[in-house]
Ligand binder design. Structure first.
Ligand code: GTP
Ligand code: MG
Length: 236
């Protein structure tokens, strides 16, 4: 086996190519694998950090306002396969620094709220935290997607304190109501079932269903405003 090339975490290709045609440097492949696993671990920690922050907000809000704006919180870490698939599809350079910079949805957290007005509150409570930087924001609620998709998307970065270094890791946070979430999960299934080629009649039914979801959200918001925090209906 040839002499090992020096390992540069930022520039070495993650596909394990050693630069010598017809030879695979297994030791090199092992190092790459370890580096990639370690890279992905940072995103898992970032999910843990954000999830803790949201749980603290939920508990604190509940204790001070006797009201819980968060219905549930979910998270997912992109699989190594789909990270690499996205890098290839988008033609990003195949190295860890470029993946860190370009693939911003490796760590994903979804916050499902009760009411439309909760969304902005949760957004502000997160975005206002000192260690959180908002890198990108997409308001698909004010400007819903043509198919009917609604959600508030934030790409934030958060410091993760590792044993030997600190990393700033991007996390995609989706904030939406139960009705928006209900719609999105069904649309997702239909989209996959038809591999992206949803028949026109289904597409228009979905758009209509999104309209109904919005009406329900608005109705619930009105009802919510009529009921005070202790559950008493306001009559005056
Ligand atoms: P990607 O490069 O695919 O991540 O998309 P993007 O960078 O244009 O981001 P976008 O904000 O459009 O979407 C990010 C995520 O939002 C997706 O991975 C889905 O989880 C969700 N999303 C966006 N659009 C839709 C949609 O039309 N339907 C559903 N069900 N989910 C959507
Ligand atoms: Mg995405």
């Amino acid at each position: 086996m040839g002499a090992m090339k020096p390992w540069h975490p930022d520039t070495t290709a993650v596909d394990g190519s050693s630069g010598e045609p017809g030879r695979i440097d297994l030791e090199h492949v092992q190092t790459l694998r370890e580096q990639f696993v370690d890279f992905m671990l940072g995103y898992k920690f970032a999910i843990d950090e954000i999830t803790t922050k949201i749980n603290i907000l939920r508990e604190d809000f509940n204790s001070t306002h006797e009201y819980n704006p968060i219905e549930h919180v979910g998270s997912r870490l992109k699989s190594p396969e789909s990270v690499l698939e996205k890098v290839r599809r988008k033609n990003y350079p195949m190295n860890l620094a470029a993946i860190r910079e370009n693939v911003l949805d490796i760590a994903g957290v979804r916050v499902v709220c009760s009411f439309i007005s909760d969304i902005a509150q949760i957004r502000d409570m997160l975005a206002g935290q000192e260690d959180i930087t908002v890198l990108e924001e997409r308001d698909y609620i004010t400007y819903r997607k043509p198919n009917g998709y609604q959600s508030l998307h934030l790409i934030v970065s958060i410091p993760v304190f590792r044993s030997a270094r600190t990393e700033r890791i991007p996390v995609e946070i989706q904030i939406r109501t139960i009705a928006m979430d209900f719609w999105a999960s069904l649309e997702h299934k239909i989209y996959y079932k038809y591999r992206g080629e949803v028949p026109p009649n289904l597409r228009s039914d979905l758009a209509q269903a999104a309209e109904v979801a919005t009406q329900l959200d608005e109705k619930m918001e009105t009802l919510h405003r009529q009921v005070d925090r202790t559950g008493h209906v306001r009559t005056g």
